[in-house]
Design a protein around this ligand. Structure first.
Ligand SMILES: [Zn+2]
Length: 208
């Protein structure tokens, strides 16, 4: 499911996404009974950095006031952001780069990388009902996402600096495990962990 302009949605509607994002189910309650339905889905959402969209853009100036930016971002609650695995900033691309430049990874190459990473996960998780890193339980995350001392310190520093939740802590480990799998590395190395920490953009209170 792709939600463009995320802050334009009603905040209460967005909050309803918390249960399916967490459990892959949705419970509909009516007067007499409640029923739980399967709702396993992938959420992709996009939002501007401020109401005008030019905040942080080196080529255009943003005239939004801090209270306007705060009001805009406050439509998305912390608990919802916490349940999203990866947050990244996508700066606008200058025309020069759009019209030429080096080609990136092709879809065919990417497919091979993803297939290989998924096979590594399947082999590691064989014998359990979990298929992918993203679905690992807390116990599996502890078991399969061991960190060396350097990475341990990196994560500790990020937790303190960004005030991360226990949920975000486990998400970082699972994403780091996937980055290591894409790199065909058996262990999570500091560069894998660092990349995963950088994917928690919205935990950094970008708008303050
Ligand atoms: Zn603006």
């Amino acid at each position: 499911m792709f939600l463009d302009e995320l802050p334009e949605f009603n905040r209460r509607t967005l909050e309803v996404l918390r249960q399916p994002l967490e459990d892959g189910t949705v419970t509909i309650s009516r007067a007499l009974n409640s029923t739980t339905f399967p709702a396993n889905f992938m959420l992709i959402a996009a939002l501007n950095p401020c109401p005008c969209g030019y905040r942080g853009d080196p080529r255009r100036s943003c005239h939004c006031t801090p209270p306007q930016v705060e009001r805009y971002m406050s439509k998305i609650s912390g608990p919802l952001v916490d349940r999203i695995d990866i947050h990244i900033e996508v700066p606008s691309v200058p025309f020069k780069e759009l019209s030429g430049g080096l080609p990136g990874t092709s879809s065919a190459e990417m497919r091979v990388q993803v297939t290989t990473a998924r096979q590594r996960q399947a082999a590691r998780l064989a014998g359990s009902s979990t298929r992918y890193n993203a679905d690992m339980s807390h116990r599996q995350t502890r078991q399969f996402c061991c960190l060396d001392d350097e990475s341990q310190n990196l994560l500790k520093a990020a937790m303190m600096e960004m005030g991360l939740s226990a949920r975000a802590h486990d998400k970082i480990l699972r994403v780091a495990r996937t980055i290591a799998d894409l790199d065909q590395s058996d262990s999570i190395r500091p560069n894998h962990l660092n990349e995963a920490i950088n994917y928690r953009m919205l935990d950094r209170n970008l708008w303050t």
